[in-house]
Write a protein that binds this ligand. Structure first.
Ligand code: UT7
Length: 333
């Protein structure tokens, strides 16, 4: 019997319409294009228009992915979203995508894994599909991070943008070896204080993230960038080696790396530790900044459209995010 693999059947992406350059930000906060480019590689990011919501950002990608996979809404068995910035808590982000798509009959839930949301979703879909290869699963990852950024905090305001994407996943029983080879997810809640979303309910004081009396704007991303930088590199390196070992592959077998796009220095350090040349690494952090759970689908869609990811290529996708969470998916495209 041939191996059953789950496979990304289609992928599409979308980003906010409003382009915000480093110079635009430098008019409002004490920063400069030079500092941002040198420390992060980011030149511009995109925000959603005022008055629009996360689902408005995601629906164009969802519709395109569904069309590309030739999948009708009623054929979906499951919708998994990975976002921090859904329109409402209930219905979940996935429930609202289901309603807007008219995908009646599908199960739908949001999983919250910050930047790792898309790859967490792919991993969950992979396990469902390997149990039942007839299933069709829509995985949506993306964030409108501009809605949860303190625009006056230069340590975070320059880093993030709005974007994401969607993939239809299904089973591959053909035996051609394409699909997910290994996908692992990880978390360390004990390091939550390094990157978390503030809340006025006092729980952040309970866990020691914030001192009593310390004022932080409600529902904004709070980050100790320097600490996150180090743990992100180390964690993604170790996890990448684990999934490569799962599949019995070495660095010479990796055709393309689609990494989380948070900081060009993180990406270069990770590539060098893995021994992969930068020509094999896709970069778009310069144009979108960090779109949280949107980075992987945005980069994968672009890399596929530009011909950098081709049929049969072995693709490594490492991600790291708040919470802390991280994960790596290795697939044959
Ligand atoms: O997706 C989730 C995962 N997130 C990440 O992976 C982000 C990881 N961290 C980073 O990418 C980097 O740590 C940052 C880009 C956030 C910061 O870069 P850094 O090289 O670690 O800088 P730093 O935080 O050590 O700050 C260096 C200096 C400080 O000034 P002093 O104390 O040396 O005088 C900061 O106050 O740069 C200052 N600074 C800025 N200056 C101009 C911090 N932010 C800015 C800014 N513009 N926007």
């Amino acid at each position: 019997m041939s191996i059953v693999r789950s496979q990304i059947l289609s992928i599409a992406a979308n980003a906010g319409e409003e382009v915000v350059t480093n110079d635009d930000l430098a008019k409002v906060i004490d920063t400069s294009d030079e500092w941002i480019v040198k420390r992060t590689g980011i030149r511009e990011r995109r925000y959603i228009k005022e008055g629009s919501y996360w689902s408005d950002l995601m629906m164009p990608a969802v519709e395109k992915a569904m069309e590309e996979a030739k999948t009708k809404p009623e054929d979906l068995d499951l919708i998994v979203t990975g976002t921090l910035t859904g329109d409402l808590d209930m219905p979940s982000a996935a429930g609202l995508i289901q309603a807007r798509l008219g995908a009646m009959g599908a199960g739908a839930f949001n999983l919250q894994a910050a930047c790792s949301g898309f790859l967490y979703g792919v991993t969950v879909a992979d396990r469902f599909i390997r149990c039942d290869p007839r299933m069709k699963v829509l995985v949506v990852g993306g964030d409108a991070v501009s809605l949860i950024t303190d625009k006056m905090d230069r340590s975070t305001a320059v880093l993030f943008g709005d974007g994401g994407g969607a993939a239809v996943m299904g089973g591959n029983t053909s035996g051609d070896g394409r699909g997910i080879l290994s996908s692992r997810i990880y978390s360390s809640g004990e390091h939550g204080a390094m990157l978390y979303l503030s809340d006025d309910n006092g729980a952040d004081i309970k866990y020691g993230y914030r001192e009593p009396g310390e004022k932080i704007p409600h529902r904004t991303v709070q980050m100790r960038g320097n600490e996150v930088f180090k743990i992100a590199v180390h964690s993604m390196e170790r996890a990448s080696l684990e999934v490569m070992a799962d599949a019995g592959l070495g660095k010479e077998n990796i055709d393309v790396v689609i990494p989380h796009q948070a900081n060009i220095r993180i990406i270069k350090t990770l590539a060098s530790r893995l021994g992969v040349d930068m020509e094999r690494v896709y970069i778009n952090v310069d144009r979108f900044g960090n779109t949280s759970s949107g980075t992987i689908p945005l980069a994968l869609t672009e890399a596929r459209d530009k011909g950098m990811v081709k049929r049969g290529d072995t693709v490594l996708m490492p991600v790291f995010g708040g919470g802390l969470t991280w994960g790596v998916t290795l697939m044959r495209w």
